[in-house]
Design a protein around this ligand. Structure first.
Ligand SMILES: Cc1ncc(C[n+]2csc(CCOP(=O)(O)OP(=O)(O)O)c2C)c(N)n1
Length: 642
């Protein structure tokens, strides 16, 4: 059998050595304990390489290196949990992307079959990119936003004062300000929280020792008052001694495990490539070097094909482009109009370890004079951008994933009260192609419109890369805080009825102005961003069926265009279609806007309404937001319109 119908070809269940009792008062491992642990470590690592590589093969990526790294401490913890009831027996992990560990342990504990692991990150496999409590049998907590777990684990320790709570940490997660607060509380309350931190000097965009000079986990935690032991994480005897020390210490303590990212894995060792998923060829080479026949992994991995939803949308081009990448290109164009000295004086672009994902990389390459590479510290980085833009002639640029907009809401209020100029780019907005799943959904963007009625905020979401270019060009040097959203997925270019580009060379973006893609007498669909081309397809199909539906693009999400709302409000129906949270998005406002103007068309709205299904192209249909989900008149039979 080949591909994912195979049996799991490594006998983890059979070979895993149970009953390796560890005595935390004895710093010396017996020969049997040492060899047992070593054998379990190798087994875990082989399994992780194999099944995470299925994510690479099916094109949904995944994270191999982090989970691979922490295997020694995970195995020590599993043995400790087996040895005594003094511990909360959960492998809490503040770096949720290392979810492969949780899934492997779930299989080992018999909650899911091992074969399921070969469907890692596949849509509807219940094995999404981060652990989600309640979704995957055997998964015991949710994690995925860095910096969010340690403070919460402090609470677990407060609720379990008679036990010790362990937390797997990472040099990425420890950069978050939340962890500093958590350290202070843990020390002040003398909590029995023990961290085992994988200090591999790799995150997504680079090496902390290079982009975050002065960052030292051991010194930081010791400074807060934790007991800190630093060990070579690849030396099992040293690591165990570290455990003995931190367990003996009454109160919060940490082991800082120094190791290379993905030690011993040719092709990804020590590199940022190890953060993401191991390429198939490296996985096959690794497993072959470990003594397995090449066919064991090759038969599976070479027979998995990426899945794409085949659908040809009408009203847009076959060609796709990433609006998130375009953001960076467009900023470069603006900066190109300034001298380097002028640019450096006027503009500061700060990254949060995601420059390759949010489109900032090209700014780093072409305009290093404005660029500040920074750590996984969204709140601090946003505020630094705001502080730079405190001078009325200076402009900060900040960017991260849309999900983390929720993190900077308070900082945003203070930036607004200080009249700061900040351009915020939140990529990976909405849910499209979000294999990282629910914790990475960027769906609460209206939270950014949190000023009072006497202040203006600007939330922009371009429908294609050409509109992104026009928006950046128009608003870059506007005053105040401005938000531009983009998706992880690529989007096609919107076409006019005559087949030319809607956002062509003669297009000029006007903030606050809605754009009529097509007039209609039967009613109007209002959409924006990645939902515009989908809605345009649905509207055109309705029109083919003889229903004269119109379509409005609303690139400025939060401002009412009086002319347009009066036009569409006087039509028989208005349907808002978006990939933002149905509870907090445009649809949740639009009904009020209509009623305030005594406009009472039939009104409906549809947006993201449930937790994700994993996978890539499956996320939008899963939310019922793709035109092909509905038939024969895709959008109209929505219950709220009846
Ligand atoms: C709050 C937050 N910001 C950003 C991210 C995106 N992100 C996921 S993993 C990662 C880097 C993590 O580095 P580390 O935790 O050291 O993991 P390793 O590279 O060792 O696997 C980043 C920036 C996130 N998940 N959460």
């Amino acid at each position: 059998m080949a591909g994912t119908n195979s049996e799991f070809p490594i006998d983890v269940q059979g070979k895993f050595k149970r009953g390796l009792k560890l005595d935390p008062t004895n710093p010396k491992l017996s020969a049997a304990q040492k060899s047992g642990l070593q054998s379990n470590i190798e087994l875990f690592r082989d399994a992780i390489v194999l099944f995470t590589a299925t994510g690479a093969a099916r094109g949904v990526s995944g994270h191999t290196g982090g989970a691979f790294d922490t295997v020694p401490e995970v195995n020590i913890l599993l043995s400790l949990f087996e040895s005594s009831s003094e511990y909360v027996p959960i492998l809490f992990d503040e770096a949720g992307h290392r979810v492969a560990t949780q899934y492997l342990v779930s299989a080992l504990e018999g909650h899911i079959p091992f074969e399921q692991l070969l469907h890692y990150r596949e849509a509807n496999s219940k094995l999404p990119g981060h652990p989600e409590l309640g979704l995957t049998p055997g998964v015991k907590f949710s994690s995925g936003r860095l910096g969010h777990v340690w403070p919460w684990v402090n609470g677990v320790a407060l609720a379990n004062k008679d036990k010790t709570v362990f937390l797997l940490g990472s040099d990425g997660s420890q950069q978050e300000g939340n962890d500093a607060e958590a350290a202070r509380l843990a020390v002040a309350q003398n909590l029995n929280v023990k961290l085992i931190i994988d200090d591999n000097d790799v995150t997504i965009a680079g090496h902390p020792s290079e982009y975050l000079k002065g960052y030292n986990i051991g010194q930081t935690l010791a400074g807060h008052g934790l007991k800190v032991v630093t060990v070579n994480g690849e030396n099992i005897e040293e690591l165990w001694k570290g455990f003995v020390e931190i367990i003996a210490h009454k109160g919060p303590a940490a082991i800082v495990c120094k190791r290379k990212m993905a030690p011993g894995v040719a092709g990804i060792e020590g590199s940022t490539h190890g953060h993401d998923v191991i390429p198939v060829k490296n996985a096959i080479a690794y497993l072959t070097s470990r003594g397995y026949p090449e066919s064991l992994s090759a038969d599976i991995l070479n027979n998995i094909k990426p899945y794409a939803l085949p659908y040809l949308y009408i009203g847009s081009t076959k060609e796709n482009a990433a609006t998130r990448v375009q953001f960076g290109e467009s900023v470069v164009k603006v900066l190109d109009t300034l001298s380097k000295e002028e640019a450096a004086k006027k503009v500061m672009v700060i990254d949060s370890d995601l420059e390759g994902s949010t489109g900032l990389k090209v700014i780093h390459q072409k305009h290093p004079e404005v660029f500040v590479p920074s750590g996984i510290m969204e709140r601090g980085n946003f505020s630094a951008a705001a502080g730079f833009g405190f001078d009325k002639d200076k402009y900060g640029v900040f960017s991260t994933f849309g999900a983390f907009l929720e993190m900077i809401i308070s900082e945003l209020t203070m930036a607004r009260l200080n009249f700061c100029n900040v351009l915020c780019h939140f990529s990976h907005s909405g849910v499209d192609e979000m294999a990282d799943n629910t914790c990475h959904f960027g769906i609460n963007h209206f939270f950014a419109d949190n000023g009072l009625a006497d202040t203006q905020s600007f939330l922009y979401w371009p429908a294609d890369a050409a509109q992104m270019d026009a928006i950046v060009k128009r608003v870059f040097f506007d005053k105040g805080v401005r938000f531009i959203f983009s998706t992880r997925s690529k989007t096609p270019y919107i076409l006019k009825e005559d087949g030319s580009r809607f956002f062509g060379d003669d297009y000029e973006f006007v903030p606050g102005k809605d754009e009529t893609i097509i007039e209609g007498k039967a009613g109007y669909v209002v959409a924006f961003g990645d939902m515009l081309y989908r809605s345009w397809d649905a509207v055109l199909r309705c029109r083919q069926e003889g229903l004269d539906v119109g379509l409005i693009n609303k690139p400025t999400l939060n401002l009412v265009d009086e002319q347009t709302i009066r036009k569409i409000g006087a039509s028989p129906f208005v349907l808002v279609v978006e990939s933002l949270n149905q509870k907090t998005g445009l649809g949740s406002k639009f009904g009020t806007w209509l009623l305030e103007r005594q406009l009472t068309p039939k009104f409906g709205y549809m947006g993201t309404n449930k937790e994700g299904c994993g996978g890539l192209t499956e996320q939008i249909p899963h939310q019922g937001l793709d035109p092909q989900c509905q038939s024969p008149l895709p959008l109209l039979p929505h219950p709220q319109l009846e």
